[in-house]
Design a protein around this ligand. Structure first.
Ligand code: FEO
Ligand code: CA
Ligand code: CA
Ligand code: CA
Length: 589
């Protein structure tokens, strides 16, 4: 048992915190060791060529580990063995290619980037007394921007999804901007397509005002795109293919157990900048899926299936469960504070000593029935943000990862930051988002009525209002602030087997590197945030998996704050090497 020692008060968090730092290294507590499990360019598919950054090709990249690893999911497949599924969110061409002209990318560079997106599946094995290692297997798989997906659920075949390449609206080429995700009880991975808007060009050339308003609400790119992909495939040019952006922004599902399976895009879960998707079984055996829309002033959603989960691993059960997300009800959250008059935007605690209150899930659509005036069900699913605006959902400070705690049954959401809160013409602080100009973010916890994930009512409170514990605008669950680690910009969340919350950060506004933190959520240690590791310069910490034996993190975009002429990171290989996003395991020595 790596993170626990008998007789210690909080099982799972027995380590000496790492101090904030700006090292170009992954720093772990004394007594722990680490290894790189897999890095950008390492082989995934059998026969993958050796990585050569000076001569990278699309054909090689399509068999190698992709760029900017984010979510990590482990699915057990035998003693000390797992299928590891990793998302590759986006590409940073200027760091990937030694010769890159941002105004004139070559076709090969663009095609490398398409192949560096998506997901990887590899098999990993725990080494004796050590970390994880990739082992050769028949499961090795790359999913890229060229992999065919099946569109499922109520908006499959929608007129809004049809393009010249796919007149059926049911077959989409590829996935992109897969940020975080979740492992389902039936052994598949759900992954959120997040900032898909940034790859499109010329949305401003669409003249129909209704279509224009929809594109604008999703922030779809105007003018020339940063990456210029529209020069190489017209699907990235919204003026030519106005529906292509509608084919992204979904939750996708991958079955890592079957390397030949066709991955799925689930329209019943709505279309927005999905950070992630995590499942909780309802009292009566249906499945609820929680997902945040990572945008300033956007919303928290829940989907509840019509059908019930079938336990077991038979082919029949798996087929049944993989269809559960095809039909159900999509809700959006409304949060009501119990001390509205006490919220002044400074982060000062209200009179009852807690940022807390009640909430409700507002139904948006169920099957082909819409609950939102002026929207068909099809429009609710494809233009979910606009339907949720109309329904009166609560505008949140960038909802990131949301996960149910397997021990106490409560749901935890990271709200990463929102510096526009309270700005002129923007929503002011409320009890669920209590700071104007929120630079450091907060962590919200709620309990569904009767502990049932199908409930439409809940009670909520803030666990953390992040930032420098020395400042008055922070709150650490009531724990003495002189004993906690500073934490800023919570992003991904995970739980250890004891129900302690683990939080990874992205964009630390306190001047140190990002990292991974543990925090007990119950008992006298509730709110005692401790930093477990820090990641190298310029990187964000992603995909935490925390078991009794090891911790896995994905180190995304190391050195991103540098330039090719003045690199800030040479992690993980050191010397003068190119920084490479990589997945790391950490264990007690
Ligand atoms: Fe890709 Fe919301 O972080
Ligand atoms: Ca993220
Ligand atoms: Ca209160
Ligand atoms: Ca983030």
């Amino acid at each position: 048992v790596a993170l626990t020692r008998p007789g210690r008060p909080v099982p799972g968090t027995d380590f000496t915190p790492v101090a904030p730092n700006t090292a170009d290294a992954l720093v772990v507590p004394r007594g722990f060791r680490q290894n790189v499990v897999i890095r950008w360019g390492d082989p995934v598919v059998p026969g993958a060529p050796k990585f050569d950054p000076a001569k990278q090709t699309a054909a090689a990249q399509a068999k190698q580990f992709g760029y900017n690893n984010d979510f990590v999911g482990l699915i057990g497949c035998g003693h000390n063995r797992w299928l590891m599924v990793v998302n590759h969110e986006y590409t940073t061409e200027v760091q990937m290619f030694p010769q890159y002209d941002a105004n004139n990318p070559t076709r090969e560079q663009v095609e490398v980037a398409w192949a560096a997106h998506g997901l990887s599946v590899v098999q990993v094995e725990k080494q004796r007394g050590g970390g994880l290692k990739v082992v050769p297997s028949r499961y090795g798989r790359r999913i890229t921007l060229n992999t065919e997906f099946e569109v499922r659920g109520p908006a499959a075949g929608s007129k809004y999804l049809k393009t010249s390449a796919d007149p059926t609206g049911r077959r989409v080429r590829g996935t992109q901007n897969n940020c975080s995700g979740g492992v389902t009880p039936w052994g598949t991975v759900l992954s959120g397509e997040e900032n898909f808007h940034q790859y499109f060009a010329n949305a401003d050339k669409v003249t129909d005002p209704v279509a224009q308003a929809r594109l604008k609400r999703y922030g779809v790119g105007t003018g020339t795109s940063t990456r210029k992909w529209e020069r190489f495939d017209k699907r990235w040019d919204v003026a030519q293919e106005p529906n292509e952006p509608n084919r992204f922004g979904w939750v996708v599902e991958i079955d890592p157990n079957d390397p030949n399976s066709t991955p799925v895009k689930h329209t019943a879960l709505g279309r927005f900048k999905h950070e992630a998707a995590n499942v909780k079984i309802t009292r009566d055996g249906r499945v609820a899926v929680y997902s945040g829309d990572d945008e300033r002033f956007d919303y928290i959603y829940k989907f509840v299936s019509k059908g019930k989960y079938k336990p077991g691993n038979s082919a029949l059960a798996r087929r049944h469960n993989m269809a559960l997300l095809d039909e159900g009800t999509l809700y959006v959250a409304k949060f009501t504070g119990d001390n509205p008059g006490d919220i002044d935007g400074t982060g000062k605690l209200p009179a009852d000593g807690e940022f807390d209150g009640t909430g409700e899930w507002i139904p948006l659509a169920s099957g082909d029935k819409s609950f939102v005036e002026g929207f068909t069900a099809e429009e609710v699913y494809v233009f979910t943000r606009l339907a949720a605006d109309k329904a009166g959902a609560t505008k949140m400070d960038r909802p990131e990862d949301i996960e149910p705690n397997p021990v106490n049954g409560r749901i935890y959401a990271a709200l990463t930051n929102n510096t526009d809160r309270g700005a002129a013409g923007k929503a002011a602080a409320d009890e669920a988002n209590p700071r104007n100009g929120n630079k450091n973010g907060h962590v919200l916890e709620w309990e569904e009525a009767w502990g049932d994930a199908a409930s439409t009512k809940f009670a909520w409170r803030l666990l953390l209002v992040c930032g420098d514990p020395k400042t008055a605008d922070t709150y650490f669950g009531g724990f003495p602030k002189d004993q906690v680690s500073p934490i800023s910009c919570p992003d991904n969340v995970a739980f250890d087997p004891y129900g302690n919350l683990w939080i990874s950060t992205d964009g630390n506004a306190l001047g140190s590197n990002d990292g991974l933190f543990s925090v007990p959520v119950a008992g006298p240690e509730r709110g005692h945030v401790k930093q477990f590791l820090t990641v190298p310069v310029g990187a964000e910490t992603c995909g935490p998996v925390v078991t009794n034996d090891f911790v896995v993190v994905a180190v995304q975009h190391p050195g991103e704050n540098g330039t090719p002429a003045a690199p800030t990171s040479h992690w993980p290989d050191g010397g003068n090497s190119l920084a490479r996003p990589a997945v790391v395991s950490v264990w007690r020595d």
